[in-house]
Design a protein around this ligand. Structure first.
Ligand code: ZN
Length: 144
């Protein structure tokens, strides 16, 4: 089964690279499902949306891979992608609670907040500012 590459975006990307990627994915999500899906990852996703989303991410990623013609390619489940991307630390687990990322909502949250959907609901929702400032559960340096 094809796993879309947002699950593998690691921390070692440069900030600019990462922002570009986040913007691209958010744009794709927003174009397909409306701004609401980006702003509120809790909006309802049904199975068809899920499939459409995955197809779209695949297409987006395929285009991106083609754009990177001068970069070394590796074949991931039949899709040629930049080797650069896959040399990064895999982020298949939520960096906060270490659970597996498996749903679209997890990916949306990962892109935006670097955590899974469960952590988003538990720690980020309604407290986005605190999160964006770097607050994390179990971090002793947290500002109260
Ligand atoms: Zn989590």
């Amino acid at each position: 089964m094809w796993r879309h590459p947002t699950a593998r975006i690691g921390y070692s990307m440069s900030d600019k690279e990462k922002l570009n990627k986040v913007a691209a994915y958010e744009k794709a999500i927003a174009e397909k499902y409306g701004e609401e899906a980006v702003k509120n990852p809790r909006s309802n996703w049904d199975e068809n949306k899920e499939k459409e989303y995955l197809a779209q991410m695949k297409e987006l990623y395929r285009k991106e891979a083609i754009n990177n013609t001068f970069q070394e390619k590796i074949d991931v489940n039949g899709i040629k992608v930049s080797k650069k991307l896959f040399n990064r630390d895999s982020l298949e687990h939520c960096p906060v609670c270490f659970s597996f990322m498996k749903k679209t909502t997890d990916d949306v949250c990962l892109i935006k907040y670097e955590c899974c959907h469960k952590c988003y609901v538990q720690y980020v929702e309604d407290r986005e500012e605190r999160w964006q400032k770097g607050w994390r559960p179990n971090n002793e340096n947290n500002q109260k």
